[in-house]
Design a binder for this molecule. Structure first.
Ligand code: NAD
Length: 347
């Protein structure tokens, strides 16, 4: 297939692209480049990387053609992709997470292109018991609200010929060529190496569904290649753990690790568990445990495979805040400037 991956230079996309290539797919990426595209350089010229803002998709016919000409399937990852980043600029979040998603859906529908949308298990909010795809939703944050509203509008666009597929992903962990150290397991892996100490906020009793980033990438691939899907919404996760359980696992892996329990600093009441029967019944099985993912990250850090791991560059909200701090400029403008200066433009 010819596949367009939006946000393909991000944490998940950077793991997914090689997997698509191995399966023989031809890949085009569109990414505005908030975190650069340099880490994908070795994939070129096989992969076409377009450095464009997806928010223009609804009103720029030339861009629509550049992105979608010859494409069979779109994997839509581009987003402001966590709560703190979304809170920095709720308007920008709605523009990309909701409005651009709906515009992209309309254009893919009119061209008969399959669409996979990356949503989040955080649409369940604070919930008792294990949530399946029919359970009530209750998004608590700007980010989760934007994802759920996009889901609803995509479902409304469904016809007999065109059915968008929605993946509600759990919290991801594990190594990526575009690393993120603002995801709980990844933060624990980082600080167990750098400080020998990790901090658990608010007692750590809150549940989260977790999945390795490579398993999540394989789930997208599985659903992209499968044309007999029974459902439109899939929970995509592996194991539910309390944050305190993860801290205990860390102690087993890093015997001298100190775990500090501290009061909650922000009013984060997200607490949810999910079941993923739909995707397992369809034939997909995740493979990678938390322990394997943590070991892989720690090894990457101590062997120097992640340059300057404590940099704000690996924390989406802090990085976007730094970029926005340059007065009067959009993050994209600042990046263009930086990358031009540093001579590592991706296209
Ligand atoms: N990482 C997780 O734990 C997780 C969990 C659930 C859902 N998700 C969802 O999966 C998707 C990928 O997550 P990720 O961790 O790779 O996020 P990420 O922030 O690492 O990547 C998102 C990418 O989208 C790009 N982007 C943002 N705005 C854009 C725009 N206007 N035009 C073009 N590109 C734009 C960014 O430059 C970035 O490269 C997101 O939709 C996210 O909400 C992620």
């Amino acid at each position: 297939m010819n596949i367009l991956v939006t946000g393909g230079a991000g944490y998940l996309g950077s793991v997914m692209i090689p997997k698509l290539l191995i399966r023989g797919h031809r890949v085009r990426i569109v990414d505005v480049g908030y975190f650069g595209t340099e880490h994908l350089r070795s994939l070129r010229p096989g992969v076409e990387i377009l450095r464009e803002d997806l928010r223009l998709i609804g009103r720029d016919a030339v861009l629509q053609d550049r992105l979608l000409e010859g494409i069979d399937c779109v994997i839509h990852l581009a987003a402001i992709s966590n709560d703190p980043s979304a809170d920095l600029n709720p308007t920008l979040t709605t523009d990309i997470n909701l409005d651009a998603t709906v515009e992209l859906a309309k254009v893919t529908r009119s061209r008969g292109i399959k669409l996979l949308f990356s949503s989040s298990c955080s649409v369940y909010g604070e919930a008792d018991g294990e949530m399946d795809e029919t359970s009530p939703t209750g998004p608590l944050t700007t980010y989760a609200i934007s994802k759920l509203e996009a889901e609803k509008q995509l479902l409304e666009l469904t016809t007999d010929e065109w059915r968008p597929i929605i993946l509600r992903n759990g919290t991801l962990f594990g190594f990526s060529p575009r690393m993120r150290f603002d995801l709980v397991i990844n933060i624990f892996a980082l600080y167990s190496c750098m400080a020998g100490e990790i901090h658990v906020f608010g007692g750590g009793m809150q549940w989260r569904p977790f999945m390795h980033v490579a398993d999540c990438a394989r789930a997208f691939l599985f659903l992209a290649e499968n044309n007999e899907l029974k459902h439109q919404i899939y929970n995509v996760s592996h194991e539910n753990w309390r944050v305190a359980d993860i801290a205990e696992k860390m102690k087993q892996l890093v015997p001298h690790l100190k775990v500090e329990y501290q009061p909650q600093l922000d009013p984060d009441s997200r607490d949810y568990r999910v079941v993923q029967h739909r995707i397992t019944e369809a034939g997909f099985m995740p493979r990678i445990s938390v322990e394997m993912g943590v070991e892989e990250m720690i090894e990457a850090i101590i062997t120097g495979h992640i340059r300057d791991p404590e940099s704000v560059y690996y924390r989406n909200a802090k990085w976007l805040k730094e970029l926005s701090a340059v007065e009067g400029r959009e993050p994209q403008e600042v990046l263009n400037l930086l990358e031009t200066l540093l001579g590592f433009r991706g296209n």
